[in-house]
Design a protein around this ligand. Structure first.
Ligand code: PBG
Length: 335
């Protein structure tokens, strides 16, 4: 066998990689259950319903939502985010059901608050689960989503949800100026300590398809959301969006989708000191599940790698449909 003939390298990066204990010691990024937010769908039906485009994800009925929240809290997940599948008969042009204090989301909030007071509850502010046209806001007769008229409804939706016990209001509508208006409305209603987690940079993305199935807005939506959600071509504009949300009083911001937008997370992290959350959206979830089911990759390994990558890019936490599965693995048990 020929001897190694070069100089001995002084630095060998393989040295700290050589053993599991050493890799643990020098890991720059950590991922734990505390970093996860679990988005769940709610149905008005009396049984849980599987969602075809999202394997292992169901819409939970009101009778089971508190048990699900209990399970999440016991796994160490700090926050659960609620998304309603509003019955078609209750959807309308103006999304009025969003303001009903007894709507699905409000009932779910109350039931979770009562049974699992220690978990944080988050709910979106946007009209798409309630409108008959599937847009996030009110539309004029040309089909254009109206900014300021929509905000007048969103601030009432935020207060209705906070009255029900919601801890974090997450405006996902992308109207200009909504964070400031929602903050003022919450404060006036006595909800000074309710947080706002603003969808800061939310892109008009093809990766939301399975979510729209899950909330039942997909079949209703005509056209797209490009006049309010961001153009995937833009990154400087994301910094302007986030700067506005912070100036208007956001407590934290969301970047969405996740994996195709790691550069945005990284830029926002470098520019601002505010908690940042990545939303690993429904299409990302479906892709990983589909690849695993096709035998192309190991689901648990690929899932944990994707979640860790969000943390490395600069996210404080991740909104993920995998949250309970990931938390179980991170807590040391099998999924
Ligand atoms: C609605 C909303 C969407 C998502 C979260 N809130 C869809 C959309 O904007 O059309 C997508 C989440 C996902 O795909 O997992 N305002």
């Amino acid at each position: 066998m020929a001897a190694f003939s070069g100089r001995f390298p002084a630095t060998r990066l393989r040295r700290t990689r050589a053993t599991q204990w050493s890799r643990r010691l020098v890991a720059e990024t950590r991922l734990g259950p505390n970093d996860l937010i679990w988005p769940v769908f709610i149905t008005a039906g009396d049984a849980d319903q599987p969602i075809e485009s999202m394997p292992d994800v169901s819409r939970f009925c009101l009778a089971s939502i508190a048990d699900q929240a209990r399970m999440a809290a016991d796994l160490g997940i700090p926050v659960i985010a609620l998304f309603p599948n509003t019955p078609t008969a209750l959807r309308s042009d103006d999304g009025g059901e969003a303001l009903n204090p007894k709507n699905l989301v409000c009932q779910a909030i109350r039931s979770i608050k009562k049974a699992v007071p220690e978990i944080g509850i988050m709910a979106d502010v946007a009209l798409d689960p309630y409108t008959s046209h599937g847009q996030d806001g009110l539309v004029d007769r040309h089909g254009t989503v109206m900014n300021d008229a929509t905000i007048d409804v969103l601030i009432r939706q935020a207060v209705v949800q906070a009255n029900a016990g919601c801890d974090i209001i997450a405006p996902s509508d992308m109207m200009d100026g909504r964070v400031e208006a929602i903050r003022a409305a919450l404060d006036q209603a006595g909800h000074q300590s309710v947080q706002i987690m603003a969808y800061g940079a939310k892109y008009a993305s093809a990766y939301y398809g399975p979510f729209r199935d899950a909330v039942g807005s997909g079949g209703l939506l005509k056209g797209d959301k490009k006049t309010y959600q961001m153009d995937p071509a833009n990154s400087d504009e994301a910094l302007r969006e986030v700067a506005l949300d912070i100036a208007e009083g956001a407590d934290s911001v969301i970047i969405k989708p996740g994996m195709p937008y790691l550069d945005i997370i990284s830029r926002v992290r470098q520019s601002f000191n505010i908690p940042i959350f990545a939303y690993q959206v429904s299409g990302e979830y479906a892709m990983l599940q589909a690849a695993a089911r096709a035998g192309a990759l190991d689901l648990d390994a690929a899932m944990l790698e994707a979640l860790l990558a969000f943390r490395r890019a600069g996210a404080d936490g991740i909104i993920s449909y995998f949250a309970p599965r990931a938390a179980r693995l991170l807590n040391g048990s099998s999924a």
